[in-house]
Design a protein around this ligand. Structure first.
Ligand code: GLA
Length: 333
């Protein structure tokens, strides 16, 4: 039987570094994605990739994804280690998601591999298995946003996700606005250690004020050291911005939505310190372009893309993103 599994990348419109403390995010699955196509059988997973010179060859008993070479094969190994398929797979990977751009190429790969290997569960289970696969492959304690968006995307909609319950509210994309991802030129290696440090800062803040998702600005005075206080301030105010953005979108108010994106970027830059000079100048340039409502870094930061909300046709550069359906599998013959 031939199997073809597809999983989309994602762009996050607003709500970064909020998922791993149970906050709100507002991403959408995009039309760029990863396809894994081939045949099930055998006792290893062997994948050739269009974009990589070396194949991924993973035994079904693989248990140490982080030690696997080449590096891209670690994500395949993470999925194998998590879902323990009974049969192997032989096939090829094609992707239109740019790697290292902050558009979740790794989540798209994980979900497409899991689909190809026959993962049986509903989207939330698929997302959780692939989140664990990503953590095992990369050592980065990532949240659920990327995998859940790729699993549960809906054409024409962004997803308002409450990461404490993983409940999802699709919000129709308003007419009359473009969503454009523009690469900063700086490859985003999720500086694993910096990401883990940010998460540790949030965990530390929660020891003073309780779960950040339920904390308020007034609670910030209980956090003694400035760095932890600033991290918490980002998360608390970003959660507010996500909900305000969802409302602005529902009202079709692109001016307010764009302003919230601008403030989000400033908060990620100043309070959470995950931007970079290259990203800051890209965001400034985009914002000064006529017809741009707002712009911000998207995803983990440390390089990669900025996302801009614009009047139709305002930007000729970058990826003009459509909101797409989530991961799917076609089995033939
Ligand atoms: C990465 C992680 C996500 C999320 C973002 C930042 O993409 O995989 O879980 O934390 O960074 O919002």
């Amino acid at each position: 039987m031939r199997v073809r599994a597809f999983a989309p990348g994602r762009v996050n419109l607003i709500g970064d570094h909020t998922d791993y403390s149970g906050g709100y995010v507002l991403p959408m699955a995009v039309h760029l994605g990863t396809t894994v196509e081939g045949v099930r059988g055998g006792d290893e997973v062997h994948l050739v990739s269009d974009q990589e010179s070396e194949d991924a060859v993973i035994a079904l008993t693989e248990d140490e994804p982080q030690g696997v070479e080449p590096a891209w094969a670690r994500y395949v190994a993470g999925v194998v280690a998590e879902i323990r398929p009974r049969k192997g797979f032989r096939g090829r990977v094609r992707s239109t998601v740019p790697v290292g751009a902050g558009l979740s190429s790794s989540a798209a790969l994980e979900l497409a591999v899991a689909g190809a290997l026959g993962f049986p569960g509903p989207p939330l289970d698929l997302a959780r298995a692939c989140q664990r696969a990503e953590q095992r492959a990369s050592g980065v304690p990532c949240g659920i946003m990327d995998q859940l968006t790729s699993a549960a995307g809906r054409a024409g909609h962004a997803l308002l996700i409450d990461c404490s319950t993983c409940s999802i509210r699709p919000i129709a994309r308003p007419e009359g606005a473009d969503i454009v991802a523009v690469h900063s030129g700086q490859s985003r290696r999720v500086a694993g250690s910096a990401y883990a440090e940010r998460k540790a800062d949030c965990d530390r803040a929660a020891r003073f004020v309780g779960p950040l998702r339920d904390a308020t600005r007034a609670d910030l005075t209980q956090i003694p050291d400035p760095r932890t206080r600033h991290r918490a301030r980002h998360v608390i105010t970003e959660n507010e911005r996500v909900l305000a953005f969802a409302q602005a979108w529902a009202d079709g108010d692109m001016v307010v939505a764009g302003e919230l994106m601008d403030v989000s970027h400033a908060s990620l830059r100043d309070d959470f310190e995950v931007s970079s000079p290259v990203l800051d100048s890209l965001v400034d340039r985009l914002r000064q372009t006529p017809g741009v409502f707002g712009a911000r870094l998207t995803g983990a930061g440390f390089g990669g893309c900025a996302v801009a909300l614009t009047e139709p046709g305002a930007l000729s550069e970058g990826w003009h993103l459509e909101a797409a359906d989530g991961a799917r599998v076609v089995e033939e013959g």
